[in-house]
Design a binder for this molecule. Structure first.
Ligand code: PLP
Length: 421
């Protein structure tokens, strides 16, 4: 292995990395270049990427169409504030997102990260009730196993463990974290709970079909329909957090599409800009928007991220949507899922594997436990693949259009490494 680049050691003294115990971490890999589903390291090694950079790179890295759109935008206008100014990339994107979503969802609020998009959704829901004179609707209902972000507001609606509710008790707002209504038993408890507490609930938050960061946990359409019905029956808003599931990750463009569940608010992020630039969106239905429509400035939505609707990010997102139109991305997503179902299935005979499941372009191998997470990560790198197991989960969320050879290599590496354990 050649020497580390000169920026590596000096910079590592000063950077603080995510979700990392900096004292015991293994030296992170130095990435210098990407293309397709490949990450090239400073020492010349090349890894096949199984993660898509936290699920953002839905078309693979450096797609020429996105790169060209960003370059074009960069030469004209990288950014202007959305206060008092609008521009074509943002307006076009808002229009296109509403065309893709159910017709009732008509208003797009842009931000720069998923957590903020969820914060905005929560704020919209709270103020929607306040503007209508309904005080007391200050609580959210979210689900065990859920993940909605890392900011203080969103941590409070994550799974209590994920959101570190114990460590931050007394600091986080207290909301209702309940079981998903998966079967008749949990559904009747859920229905009763919502009916009993409706007067205090602003909205229910759910990651439709797949709870991502909480452990790649799947639930079915019936579960989602039950949540929608309970929300409707009790005049509680439904927020679908599609930050992970959106843009073909679970198969259709949005997870809610599979069962025609229409949420009142949708949050989007991750794949939105095709993995190129930070961008997120909160999309509200016309009824919620109407709740803010007033001659009273005090009833406006008081939120405005500095880089809201960044023109480069919106140009990237528009180019990403072009690709969903011009390339058979959803078919590729389904094909990748078939390959993963077939090939990851072989992991079932590896020691400690308790489940293999696939939904859309998400492949999951669940183990009883993973003792040495760092060792496992290293074993994948040694195989030439970038796979990031967490907790007791080894998973693949590759580019939806990953080359078949690369996907097969990812799957065989996972099976081989797990069989060697
Ligand atoms: C990643 C994620 C978020 C947070 O997005 P950030 O861009 O990391 O702030 C919120 N909700 C879901 C479902 C996510 O997967």
């Amino acid at each position: 292995m050649s020497a580390r680049p000169q920026w590596y050691d000096s910079g590592l003294e000063h950077i603080w990395l995510p979700y990392t115990q900096m004292k015991t971490m293994r030296p992170p890999l130095a990435a210098v270049r990407t293309y397709g589903s490949r990450i090239v390291l400073a020492d010349g090694r090349e890894l096949i990427d199984g993660v898509g950079s936290w699920w953002t790179a839905c078309h693979g890295y450096n797609h020429p169409h996105i790169a060209q759109a960003v370059r074009h935008q960069l030469s004209h206008m990288p950014h202007v504030m959305l206060g008092g100014l609008v521009h074509e990339p943002a307006l076009k994107l808002a229009h296109r997102l509403c065309d893709l979503l159910p017709p009732s969802l008509t208003r797009v609020f842009f931000s720069d990260s998923g957590s903020v998009a969820v914060e905005v959704a929560m704020k919209m829901a709270l103020q929607y009730h306040l503007n209508a004179g309904r005080t007391g609707r200050t609580k959210f209902v979210a689900f065990r196993g859920g993940y909605h972000g890392d900011t203080l507001g969103t941590m409070a609606v994550c799974d209590p463990e994920e959101g570190m509710h114990a460590m931050f008790s007394g600091i986080l707002n207290e909301h209702f974290i309940v079981d998903l209504p998966r079967d008749d038993d949990t559904a009747s408890r859920f229905d009763a709970f919502i009916a009993q507490h409706a007067h205090e609930i602003a909205a229910i938050l759910v990651e439709p079909l797949v709870q991502g960061a909480g452990g790649m946990l799947f639930h079915d359409e019936h579960c989602l329909l039950r949540i929608r019905e309970a929300a409707t029956r009790n005049h509680v808003l439904l927020i679908a957090d599609e930050i992970f599931t959106g843009f073909g990750r679970t198969g259709p463009m949005f997870a809610c599409d599979v069962c025609d569940v229409v949420p009142d608010i949708v949050t989007l992020g991750k794949g939105l800009s095709g993995g190129t630039l930070p961008l997120a969106a909160t999309v509200a239905n016309s009824e919620i928007f109407a709740g803010f429509w007033s001659d009273d400035p005090g009833q406006a939505l008081m939120h405005g991220p500095t880089f809201m609707g960044n023109a480069l990010a919106c140009a990237a997102a528009n180019a990403s949507l072009d690709l969903f139109e011009s390339e058979p991305r959803l078919i590729q997503s389904a094909e990748a899922g078939k390959t993963m179902a077939h090939m990851l299935g072989h992991a079932l005979t590896a020691p400690g594997v308790v489940d293999v499941r696939v939904r859309g372009c998400i492949g999951v191998v669940e183990l009883e436990r993973i003792e040495d997470l760092n060792g496992l990560k290293q074993a994948f790198v040694d195989e030439g693949v970038f796979v990031r197991p967490f907790r007791n989960i080894v998973y693949l969320t590759p580019a939806l259009n990953i080359a078949q050879d690369d996907l097969e290599k990812l799957c065989t590496s996972i099976v081989a490494v797990l069989k060697r354990r």
